[in-house]
Design a protein around this ligand. Structure first.
Ligand code: ADP
Ligand code: MG
Length: 265
């Protein structure tokens, strides 16, 4: 990394905690009492069947969804709420929630790049919009980050001119531009042609080695085995089991985990 680039101060990796989180839609319990503590710098991979609540769990962490019961804290700070008098939880303002979201990177299945902005400006936009960097500073940071994801030569391109794998790598650079303490990935390779999956996983693997706290939802079990400190198996909105890959993937204790792994492996 260049020492002259006007980068934001590097953010230390942060912890992430879910405290008895429940989320429901009508009678449908999507998250049914999730307790999870992730250490700073830990790489957690969440696996589970379709509809088990994986995306909802990530969206609750980012306060894109508000839990009916429970709360999430990032780096010890509750997300979206604060403790009022008598210990009761009070909603934060939308503005305060937006500021908190700046500390949490989110990489979506479908990239969600701004189609009308160049690759460089996609990456530079958030640090400018949040007032953290001037435009020239943000662009210099964006160049550095694009180099890191192997797209230094694509700064002037528009998203539609890139492959899906390249677009997803831009999305990762964009998430990094706010120097988040934790990055959430929701099936980052499931919209990609098979031959493009590897280049995106390689970038995530590079991040995993850099000490950032990562939470990754993926069906790429081989990748999970390589990068995860911990695998969490979710089913029916509950954590069925969790532990290192050598336990959950190789010696699952629950029949539901075994059934799931038999289908995806
Ligand atoms: P996963 O990512 O594991 O496939 P999701 O978290 O997307 O699961 O969804 C879990 C369940 O919650 C699904 O049954 C889904 O239909 C339901 N669900 C998700 N979002 C909503 C919503 N906004 N309104 C109603 N039901 C929803
Ligand atoms: Mg999902």
């Amino acid at each position: 990394m260049s020492t002259t680039a006007p980068t934001l101060p590097k953010t230390a990796p942060v912890s992430l905690e879910l405290h008895d989180v429940h989320k429901w839609y009508g009678a449908h319990r999507v998250l049914d009492g999730i307790d999870l503590t992730i250490r700073p710098g830990e790489v957690t991979v969440i696996i589970g069947p379709s509809g088990s609540g994986k995306s909802t769990l990530l969206r609750v962490v980012n306060h894109l969804e508000k839990p009916e019961i429970g709360y999430v804290s990032v780096g010890g700070e509750p997300i979206g709420v604060r403790r009022g008098s008598g210990g009761r939880l009070k909603e934060l303002s939308e503005r305060a929630i937006l500021a908190q979201r700046g500390r949490i990177g989110f990489v979506f299945q479908n990239f969600n790049l701004f189609p009308h902005l160049t690759v460089l400006d996609n990456v530079a936009a958030a640090p400018v919009a949040t007032g953290r960097l001037t435009k020239p500073e943000a662009r210099e940071l964006a160049r550095e980050l694009l180099g890191r994801v192997g797209l230094g030569d694509k700064a002037g391109a528009y998203p539609r001119q890139l492959s899906g794998g390249q677009q997803q790598r831009v999305a990762i650079a964009r998430a990094l531009a706010l120097r988040p303490g934790v990055i959430l990935f929701d099936e980052p390779t499931s919209a990609l042609d098979p031959e493009l999956v590897g280049e995106v996983l390689a970038v995530i693997k590079d991040l995993a080695g850099s000490g950032t706290t990562l939470v990754i939802v993926t069906h790429e079990i081989g990748f999970a085995r390589e990068v995860a400190d911990r695998i969490v198996f979710l089913d029916g909105g509950r954590i069925v089991e969790q532990g290192p890959p050598s336990e959950v993937l190789d010696k699952p204790r629950h029949a539901r985990t075994r059934d799931f792994l038999a289908k995806v492996l």
